[in-house]
Design a protein around this ligand. Sequence first.
Ligand SMILES: *[C@@H]1O[C@H](CO)[C@@H](O)[C@H](O)[C@H]1NC(C)=O
Ligand SMILES: *[C@@H]1O[C@H](CO)[C@@H](O)[C@H](O)[C@H]1NC(C)=O
Ligand SMILES: *[C@@H]1O[C@H](CO)[C@@H](O)[C@H](O)[C@H]1NC(C)=O
Length: 362
Amino acid sequence: MMLPLLLLATQVAALLAQDVVCPCDKPELCKPIQGEKDFEVYVFDVGGKSWKSYDWSMVTTVAMFGPYDPELMCYAHSKGARFVLKGDVPVSEIVHRDNRTAWITEKVQLAKKLFMDGINIDIEQPVEALSREYFALNDLVKETAEAFHKEIPGSQVSFDVAWSPTCIDKRCYDYHAIAAASDLIFVMSYDEQSQIWGECIAKANAPFFKTMSGYAEYMLLDIHPKKMVMGVPWYGYDYPCEKFSERGVCTIPKVPYEGAPCSDAAGRQIPYSTMMKQVNGSLTGSLWDEAQHAPYYNYQASNGDIHQVWYDDPRSISLKAEYVKKLGLRGIGMWNGDLLDYSNNTIAEQQTQAMWEALIPK
Ligand SMILES: *[C@@H]1O[C@H](CO)[C@@H](O)[C@H](O)[C@H]1NC(C)=O
Ligand SMILES: *[C@@H]1O[C@H](CO)[C@@H](O)[C@H](O)[C@H]1NC(C)=O
Ligand SMILES: *[C@@H]1O[C@H](CO)[C@@H](O)[C@H](O)[C@H]1NC(C)=O
């Protein structure tokens, strides 16, 4: 009497497996991507159809931070690029092993069902050094990587870290252990004014030397350059100036953050596409700050206030990309791929192409 029951169980399993239908024209496009490219170009996708205009000659991984788009999965796979899930969970909820395992199992099942190639763990929460959460986070990354690698051979598990490992925004993680346990860390070399300790003035989102000091700190923790992907911003900050000096210094409203007296929260994040429509008609046009190696401009809002806008452009990004090569990093990526103007006109096309090309070190 046991045999038919067993058969039934197998049949049910087979039926369940069939439930997951490959949405691509060719069934092989649903297979996970294998192998490593020499140079990683890591793109965050936040939804919409801009992905159709990405420069697929360079993209190696797309992280899904918008809704699931089966067409994007099939397309990425047809280009040999990985398509990975987003993983975000309150660290307090994964302190106990069972809770962690439940979270990981759910993510692996989801990735399999959607034919995805891994996960990008984006925690971005304050964690105290040597706390229970600190160790739980290490375990989360280690166990997630083990589960994904076992269940989806060839899959990639990455983790997003702040521009520096020095407890930025109170994220006192065990960066060495996290890097060791994951396939790569995505270093978010932006929002570098999230804690302004000195004068409360508008500054670059990702100043060159500050950005570089972050990588030096990661390497001091004995994190191999090939574990690190440099993240560059395709957005900037628009600050209203409380005071605007004759020298062009913009004093910003005091918005404290994680112990610091002021922060970039006094400004507003603006896509590169928006700034490119505004810069030529601004008070100054694009200016270059030599100390920070970053472009900025000033404009007058309709209420009369002066604003200062700091951003990254092909010039500032190329300077950083050069260091991706010099330091021997794993690659480069951006937050996010959908912030450029992909519309059908010559100027937009040139600007967008220049931003993509700036990612590849000369
Ligand atoms: C951990 O899992 C248990 C059992 O499913 C659940 O009752 C509990 O609320 C979870 N704890 C947290 C902090 O999520
Ligand atoms: C703004 O000016 C620059 C430099 O003169 C030019 O290359 C660019 O096309 C202009 N942008 C727009 C939107 O007209
Ligand atoms: C761009 O415009 C041209 C000319 O109007 C048209 O032929 C082409 O299909 C358009 N491309 C896209 C992507 O909209």
